[in-house]
Design a protein around this ligand. Structure first.
Ligand code: MG
Length: 387
């Protein structure tokens, strides 16, 4: 029996994680939940799964949850509360599915406590990847990717040694604007940007998929997870999202992982690894799909990708700044303050301003400090393409 804490239990990956727990009642049990503003759903989850500890976003949410669930379960709050859930002694594994850099302190706490962490929260690795991987090494923690591409790579690298890897090929759906006329990007609505063609996801990652910043962040994530330089991590557009990623070996063989577009696959792998168990989820029917397409990334359509490669090559604080500036730009787009092309334009300007200031990230505090700096810069930046 593995015991699991879920950070971000009411979000898309959190709910998929609970569906995996439902599918394997003899193998998995929930002991901790942390969530944000959706108190109603969190209360329903607490009643169903009976965890030992629950964390809510703010102090003022504690009595709201208490009123619904009674006194049976301990309730904590804030970043400290999420870290308590992440490091609770009775949990073997943690699924980290908080959105954005807010996941940094709890993931760090989990790794320091020697947990297995299934990371869906890629921003943590982008902003503080070296800190997280070295903390895992020192404290016996373990990082398993839940991000579908990295999970695919994790499966494919079991076919060879690190020295035998030529390159990683991350697949990308290309998002909703793969074929949209470039001169209409100024008119892209929030609804259109949120409508991902193959995956149902939260709003932040859906916008990141539309700009393809998501794939850029995934290049940095892969760099940390698999200890490879940016120039050995390639991106290939694959609109069907069936091949989740591939590893090319030095002999020219490519190993790919395929499944339906369902996050329950990478989540079950991360929780149950190295075992494979009989799963009840819908299987892939390739005879029905028939065709798998692949095409290169057009850098004019998706300028975010090159920004992320640059940040990965520069290293230090640059990826943390990229991530934070992007979070704010996406937030401002979703608030109706910015046009779609302005998201990446703002990130680009903040990176330019950071170029002379790049510093090493030796601790969580360093990552959070540059995160704050970049957020302020991105909030204060206006570009000509603003509405
Ligand atoms: Mg992904």
């Amino acid at each position: 029996m593995r015991t699991v804490s879920i950070l971000g239990s009411t979000g898309s990956v959190g709910r998929s994680t609970l569906a995996v727990v439902d599918a394997f009642p003899d193998d998995l049990r929930v002991v901790g939940l942390a969530a944000g503003a959706n108190i109603e759903l969190l209360a329903a989850q607490v009643k169903k799964y009976r965890p030992e500890l629950v964390s809510v976003r703010t102090d003022s949410d504690v009595p709201k949850l208490r009123a619904v669930i009674g006194d049976a379960v301990a309730i904590v709050s804030g970043s400290k509360g999420a870290s308590d859930v992440a490091s609770m002694p009775s949990a073997n594994a943690v699924i980290a599915a908080i959105v954005g850099a807010a996941g940094i302190p709890p993931v760090y706490a989990a790794l320091r406590a020697g947990k297995r962490v299934g990371i869906a929260n890629k921003e943590v690795l982008v902003a503080a990847g070296d800190v997280m991987t070295s903390t895992a090494r020192e404290h016996g923690g373990e990082i398993l990717p839940v991000d579908s591409e990295h999970n695919a790579v994790h499966q494919a690298i079991r076919c060879g040694t690190h020295q035998e890897i030529q390159r990683i090929i991350l697949t990308a759906s290309g998002g909703p604007f793969l074929r949209r006329e470039l001169d209409t990007f100024d008119e892209i609505s929030i609804e259109a940007a949120l409508a991902h063609p193959t995956w149902k996801m939260g709003s932040k990652i859906s916008i990141d998929s539309a700009t393809m910043m998501n794939k850029g962040l995934e290049v940095i994530e892969a760099h940390h997870l698999f200890s490879l330089p940016a120039d050995r991590i390639d991106i290939l557009i694959h609109p069907q999202s069936i091949v989740h990623s591939m590893v090319e070996y030095i002999d020219g063989s490519i190993i790919a992982q395929l499944s339906t577009t369902d996050m329950k696959f990478p989540i079950q792998y991360a929780l149950l690894y190295p075992e494979r168990v009989q799963a009840p989820f819908a299987r892939l029917d390739l005879a029905k799909i028939r065709t798998l397409d692949f095409l290169p990334v057009d850098p004019r359509r998706f300028p975010a990708v090159e920004l992320a490669y640059e940040a990965c090559r520069t290293g230090g604080s640059m990826p943390a700044v990229l991530n934070a500036a992007n979070e704010i730009a996406v937030e401002r787009f979703l608030a109706g303050e910015l046009s779609f092309p302005a998201i990446v334009e703002i990130v680009s300007r903040v990176l330019e301003r950071h170029a002379g200031k790049v510093a090493p990230i030796a601790s969580v505090e360093d990552a959070l400090e540059w995160d704050r700096w970049a957020r302020n810069e991105a909030r204060g930046t206006d570009v000509a393409v603003s509405r």
